[in-house]
Design a protein around this ligand. Structure first.
Ligand code: ATP
Length: 380
């Protein structure tokens, strides 16, 4: 994994340097950002501190160069600058148009298990946002962190919370803030919070929150420090206005990498764990219910499948169901009957065959680290 990422990063960086020397600035920016992104991923998979520092150093150089090129492209002439000043409002709305709120359509019933997390979210988010009068003047949670192994329902919980209290939902990846918002990240963070304030009740979902700040690299960079301090400032604004109906919901698979100043703003920290046997059975049920073309044969026993999928996340189970469903589809294909035939029901044998090909995507080490972190810093 690491060597592949490293090779991809080197290739992207070489291409960036080539485009840069040829004056092809747009192409160079995109390749520098790609190299930055790959190096940041590489850092997450590397334990060696010196290597981390080396990658972080390189990543910072590429990001800085991308900024330089971007501001050179965008450096306005005097006339343009004057016009721009007149159009400040328009610029703001342009930025805002890039932060589109969503109306998610995930309900509590779509989420199997996770009773503790649901209860905590109901108390901390849904009730205060839905019944503001009841909570008027009361302290409420404004920064809530969902952490745990990938694919276990953090995003679903965030979306269901927004659906349940009819909140405007802003779904923003912190990695995007660092990479795709390059050049105007601070302005956009500000615009994001302003827009959330205008469209209350609002939930700002910040996925991959560990991507903000310096803690994961161990190396401070000018860019990440600026972006982080803007985020902290905005979060403090939310925390200091108890009657604003805005909640910042952070999510991460690696809570130990979150910058400590940022972590302090998340005063409720909820573990979203791997599903146990009972929850896995429920996940099979809700997943299959949402796949209208997947019919189960009589010999499929979901209790048995739940037992056989120890260590699987909800997302792994969904993918397993898809793998199993493709077996009858492949049979139809072989018979040249894709457009006319009806796939046979998915049988126990199909699931067992699919299980041969799929392993849990989360390592026991990742689970252990999340549980340990929960014991030290979790709140439920
Ligand atoms: P990541 O950390 O990788 O962003 P996540 O924890 O946010 O992952 P989700 O995106 O919420 O995970 O879940 C991915 C998919 O896995 C969902 O679309 C759903 O199909 C399935 N899934 C995960 N957990 C559950 C659950 N508890 N109940 C039902 N489906 C689930």
């Amino acid at each position: 994994m690491s060597s592949r990422l490293y090779n991809l990063a080197v290739n992207a960086a070489n291409e960036a340097i080539k485009f840069d020397s040829e004056g092809k600035n747009e192409l160079a920016i995109s390749k520098y950002l790609q190299a930055f992104d790959l190096l940041m991923s590489l850092i997450r998979y590397t334990d060696n501190k010196r290597l981390k520092e080396f990658y972080a150093d390189r990543a910072e150089q590429y990001l800085t160069r991308a900024y330089e090129l971007k501001s050179a492209i965008e450096r306005p002439t005097k006339a343009v600058l004057e016009q721009k000043l007149d159009e400040e409002g328009e610029l703001q709305s342009k930025i805002i148009s890039l932060i589109l709120p969503e109306k998610p359509n995930v309900s509590w019933n779509d989420i199997a298990g996770l009773q503790n997390a649901k209860q905590a979210i109901e108390d901390a988010i849904i009730l205060p946002l839905r019944y503001p009068e009841l909570f008027k003047g009361m302290p409420t949670w404004k920064g809530i962190l969902l952490f745990g192994p990938p694919g276990c329902g953090k995003t679903m919980l965030a979306k269901a919370a927004a659906t349940e209290c009819n909140a405007t939902f802003f779904n923003v990846s912190a990695a995007d803030i660092m990479v795709k918002w390059v050049g105007d990240s601070e302005q956009r963070i500000k615009a994001l919070f302003e827009m959330a304030r205008k469209s209350q009740p609002s939930i700002i979902f910040l996925d991959e929150i560990d991507a903000l700040g310096v803690e994961r690299t161990g190396v401070e960079s000018a860019v990440s420090t600026r972006v982080l301090s803007q985020m902290l400032q905005m979060m403090d604004g939310v925390l200091s206005k108890p009657d604003d109906r805005i909640v910042v919901l952070g999510a991460t698979n690696r809570p130990w990498n979150i910058d400590s100043a940022l972590l302090r703003r998340f005063d409720k920290r909820i573990l979203v764990p791997l599903p146990d046997t009972v929850a896995r059975k429920e996940i099979f049920e809700v997943t299959i219910r949402k796949m209208p073309n997947l019919k189960l044969a009589d010999d499929v026993d979901l209790n048995e499948l739940a037992r056989l999928t120890e260590g699987f996340s909800g997302d792994d189970i969904k993918k397993l169901c898809m793998d199993a469903w493709y077996i009858p589809i492949h049979e139809l294909k072989q018979q040249n009957m894709l457009s006319t035939g009806i796939p046979r029901p998915v049988s126990r044998k199909d699931f067992l065959e699919a299980l041969q090909m799929r392993r849990p995507s989360t390592s026991p080490e990742e689970v252990r680290l999340n549980e340990e972190w929960n014991k030290k810093f979790g709140t439920i």
